[in-house]
Design a protein around this ligand. Sequence first.
Ligand code: PYC
Length: 310
Amino acid sequence: MHVIDSHTGGEPTRVILDGGPDLGTGSLAERARRLATDHEEFYLSVMREPRGQPAMVGALLVEPVDPTCVAGVIYFDMGAVLGMCGHGTIGLTVTLAHLGRISPGVHRIETPVGVVEVELSDANTVTVKNVESRRVHSKVAVDVPGHGVIEGDVAYGGNWFFIVDPSPLPVNTGNIRALTDLAISVREAAIAQGAGGENGEPIDHVIFQGEAPQRDVHSRNFVLCPDDTYDRSPCGTGSSARLACLAADNRLAPGEEIVQHSVIGSPYRLSYQTGPNGGVIPSITGQAFVTAQSTILFDGNDPFKNGIAH
Ligand code: PYC
């Protein structure tokens, strides 16, 4: 299996060029469902240690249905198959350029939740125009065992987010363990108490919005991903959901640009345009760098062939 690894603001992406399972035909949403139900062993073996690493997102290249797209992609981490991934799309675009498959300019990429547009400005800088994002519930109270009631907005940005603003804890690297534990409890409470999307979609990510020390930075976020790691980048789908909340609260005008930092200080430039269905079309600009080009091997005698479960 040939892969190319990159990171976007510190968050790793592994693009799988070949050697993945046969997912058959149909829409990318159908093929993503098949990956989730029939091929868990495959994606865990590529994401888990010793081949993968915590926080890594896999990007399985598949044939797009839409012929105007340069690629189809299904994202996953070691916790779940994802609808979309913003940092992964920036990493994938830089990887396609590294391979000589695309040049600077605008391209379309098909994902299970729809087609996204990417603009490659230079070898490392990409703007993603994400799928329409929306807030579906505001100020939802969840009772978090051991903590008490926490209020948050439920919003969609290609994945489902519970966004807590302001964060119950300061968002800084010294608090990563405590933020992670609290975010897991919030996600579990939200799921148990039915706080999800309009059709009952479960929350898969939690965001705590904190203050940034820099005057020119709008805020700093902590994002918990399905695999219980935190996003080293400001999370593209999470930033999209957050833009939908800012727009719904009239806290950011269409076209106005802000800088969002992750908990480790990596930046995205964010803005939005009003979407056709009452939501927002987010623009996310970030940078990715290729870190490795490898062949992954699976030895039938290896007791950890399918990765370490812990
Ligand atoms: O950037 O959208 C994102 C993302 C999702 C999970 C990890 N990163």
